[in-house]
Design a protein around this ligand. Structure first.
Ligand SMILES: C[S@@+](CC[C@H](N)C(=O)[O-])C[C@H]1O[C@@H](n2cnc3c(N)ncnc32)[C@H](O)[C@@H]1O
Length: 191
């Protein structure tokens, strides 16, 4: 029997609980990270639930016709912006482990009149997609939540086609930047 030395199941449960219960209006985050021009194209369903940490899409080289995977898509703010960048000949796969988040993305896609968004329920540590199946991986404020970050990065490399793009915004911690009582606090991990 393998032992869960990093408490991966416990941490996953904690993150599920934290994001499943979230009912804050976070539009202030969206207005801080994205331009008014960018937000004008995104339905309120996504803007009012933005939970990202930056705007990496400004650096992602998304071309029309490409297949993009948004890891931990949440309410879909980046999914919608990426779907506009790929255009109708491309598509964006919104991956999240919470059905309630995917429902928000689905509503946002309908409100924006986009039919090139596919919802995918699953975990970033075991992405339910074949090898070499996407052109770009994007993600905003999500990989830091995994207790198995190397595994997530290996999964990204597996699903990306050779030469594909990887463009994420996330949080990194310098060694000893926080005291152990903060680092091991459940609210700090999920938040
Ligand atoms: C901080 S929010 C970011 C949401 C979105 N990227 C944004 O910018 O608004 C983290 C998201 O990742 C999802 N998530 C967390 N852990 C996950 C995992 N192991 N697999 C898939 N999704 C996960 C959560 O359900 C939540 O929607």
């Amino acid at each position: 029997m393998s032992r869960d030395l990093i408490h991966a199941q416990e941490l996953k449960g904690l993150v599920r609980e934290a994001y499943g219960a979230i009912c804050l209006d976070t539009r202030q985050i969206a207005h801080k990270l994205y331009s008014e021009e960018e937000l004008a194209a995104v339905p309120d369903e996504s803007v009012s639930r933005a939970l990202g940490v930056n705007n990496h899409l400004r650096f992602a080289d998304i071309e029309p016709g490409e297949t993009v995977l948004d890891i931990g898509s949440g309410a879909g703010i980046d999914t919608v912006l990426a779907a506009k960048a790929t255009g109708p000949s491309g598509r964006v796969i919104a991956l999240d482990f919470l059905p309630e988040m995917l429902e928000r993305t689905s509503k946002a896609a309908a409100d924006a009149g986009l039919d090139n968004i596919e919802l995918l329920e699953g975990e970033m540590e075991a992405i339910p997609l074949p090898d070499d199946s996407v052109d770009q991986v994007i993600s905003n404020g999500v990989i830091n939540l995994s207790p198995r970050k190397r595994r997530v990065l290996a999964e990204c490399a597996r699903v990306l086609r050779p030469g594909g793009g990887f463009c994420v915004s996330d949080l990194v911690m310098e060694e000893n930047a926080l005291p152990p009582e903060v680092l091991t606090h459940p609210a700090a991990w999920a938040g």
